[in-house]
Design a binder for this molecule. Structure first.
Ligand SMILES: Cc1cc2nc3c(=O)[nH]c(=O)nc-3n(C[C@H](O)[C@H](O)[C@H](O)COP(=O)(O)O)c2cc1C
Length: 203
C-alpha cells in the first residue's frame, strides 16, 4: 500500500483556481499539440470513477479531414435548426455566438459510451442503466480539468446529430456518442464563461 498524499492549503487554493479557470473554449490557436501530451491526459482520465468500474469510455481521435468535414456539416445544419427555434433579440444573440472550434482545434475526439461492455458485470446499473453514460461524462470532466492543468483548452460540442457522427466515424453499433471535444491552445484565457460575457446568460 502506498502512503496517501496530503493536499495542503496551497494546493487546495490552486485547485479552486483550476475550477475557476477551466473554461469551455471555442477559439483555438492552430499550433499542434504533442501526441505525448494527449496520451498523458487520456492516461490520467483512466483514473476516473465509473459504475462497477466498467470504464465504458471509448476515445476516438478524429483526424481524417473528410470525417472532420462531416462533423462540421452536421454542426452547420443542427446550428441553423437551433437558431430557427429562437425569435427576436434571442435569435440575434444566438446567431452571434461562436459555439464550436471545429475548424481550428488541432485535436478532436469523439467520446463514446460502450453499451456492449461486460466490464463491471452490471454492478450499479441494473435499475439505473444510464449510469454507464454518466460514467463517461464524469471521465470527460476529469479530462477537461487535466487538460487545463496542462495549459490546454477543451470545447464540448453537442450541436450535432449523433447518428450522422456515428456513421461518419464508423463507430460500432453498441457505442453511443456522449461528446465531441475540440482540444488545443486557447486564443485567450478568461475566468468568466463566454456565454456570460456574451450576455446569453447572467451570472
Ligand atoms: C454537456 C455539455 C454540452 C455542451 N455543448 C456545447 C456546445 O455545443 N457548444 C458550446 O459552445 N458549448 C457547449 N458546452 C459548454 C457550455 O456552454 C459551457 O460549459 C457553459 O456555458 C459554462 O461555461 P464554462 O464551461 O466556460 O464554465 C457544453 C457543455 C456541456 C457540459
Amino acid at each position: 500500500m502506498s502512503t496517501p498524499p496530503v493536499f495542503d492549503a496551497a494546493f487546495a487554493a490552486q485547485f479552486t483556481e483550476l475550477l475557476r479557470w477551466r473554461r469551455d473554449v471555442r477559439r483555438f490557436r492552430r499550433d499542434p499539440v504533442p501526441d505525448e501530451l494527449i496520451e498523458g491526459l487520456i492516461a490520467q482520465t483512466q483514473l476516473s470513477p465509473s459504475v462497477g468500474h466498467s470504464q465504458p469510455w471509448r476515445w476516438m481521435a478524429v483526424d481524417d479531414p473528410r470525417q472532420r468535414e462531416a462533423v462540421q456539416a452536421s454542426f452547420s445544419r443542427c446550428n441553423a435548426e437551433a437558431l430557427s427555434a429562437y425569435e427576436g433579440e434571442r435569435a440575434a444573440l444566438y446567431a452571434r455566438l461562436k459555439l464550436e472550434g471545429l475548424r481550428e482545434a488541432p485535436v478532436q475526439f469523439a467520446v463514446f459510451c460502450d453499451h456492449g461492455t461486460d466490464r463491471g458485470h452490471g454492478l450499479g446499473r441494473q435499475t439505473m442503466p444510464e449510469m454507464l453514460d454518466y460514467s463517461v461524462v464524469a471521465a470527460i470532466t476529469q479530462f477537461w480539468l487535466a487538460a487545463r492543468v496542462a495549459g490546454l483548452g477543451v470545447g464540448w460540442v453537442s450541436i450535432l446529430e449523433p447518428a450522422e457522427i456515428c456513421a461518419a466515424l464508423e463507430a460500432p453499433p453498441a457505442w453511443k456518442l456522449i461528446a465531441y471535444l475540440c482540444i488545443g491552445w486557447a486564443e485567450d484565457e478568461c475566468d468568466t464563461p463566454e456565454l456570460i460575457r456574451e450576455g446569453w446568460d447572467t451570472a
